[in-house]
Design a protein around this ligand. Structure first.
Ligand code: ADP
Length: 176
């Protein structure tokens, strides 16, 4: 599996799954969530509603999967990041977002996954802390043969530079 870093809009990527930083209602919101629902169209919300009817809300750290609607990716994996409140307990919940999203992708035979910087927008998780958790967690999957590529998609320059710094310290296995 290779880890890549890009700066830009996650909704335009041609990958098996893009991950959405959703909220527990699964009914859409601002930030990347809004961008995904806008670009994907109403098919995504319809599937989210079916999931809601089946299982209720999506809890923090958990993940569900839907179509990607009109976007070029095949699926959207919606995960709910923790709202930062200063407690280190939130670290595990953010880690769970990455683990559960990757495991759900693997369960569906999806081999290329793109992540936004979960919880670093309105959920206010410190960006460096979130990036370290994201990278460390994804690196645990590096030897999986059923996974080809994980792409970290940074929308803002600050996150991009943070990821660049951490990933380059890992050396040549990481390409970006
Ligand atoms: P959260 O509620 O989990 O904090 P946000 O959507 O507010 O979610 O922010 C998560 C991250 O997604 C932020 O770093 C934000 O800059 C980024 N983001 C916003 N729009 C996009 C997009 N179209 N593609 C990729 N990332 C995006």
């Amino acid at each position: 599996m290779t880890i890549e870093l890009i700066q830009g809009d996650i909704t335009v990527l041609h990958v098996d799954a893009i991950v959405n930083a959703a909220n527990s209602s699964l009914m859409g919101g601002g930030g990347v969530d809004g961008a995904i629902h806008r670009a994907g169209g109403k098919a995504i919300l319809e599937e989210c509603m079916q999931i809601r009817n089946r299982q209720g809300k999506c809890r923090t750290g958990e993940a569900v999967i839907t179509t990607a609607g009109n976007m070029p990716s095949k699926n959207v994996i919606h995960t709910v990041g923790p709202i930062w409140n200063g407690h280190t307990k939130q670290d595990q919940k953010l880690e769970n977002c990455y683990i559960n999203s990757i495991q759900l992708a693997l369960k569906h035979g999806l081999r290329t996954i793109a992540f936004p910087n979960i919880s670093t927008g309105v959920y206010r998780f410190p960006k460096k802390r979130a990036a370290q958790i994201a990278i460390n967690t994804v690196k645990h999957f590096e030897d999986r043969e059923d996974l080809d590529q994980v792409i970290f998609v940074c929308f803002d320059q600050e996150n991009f530079e943070i990821y660049q710094g951490i990933l380059s310290s890992y050396g040549d296995q990481t390409t970006f």
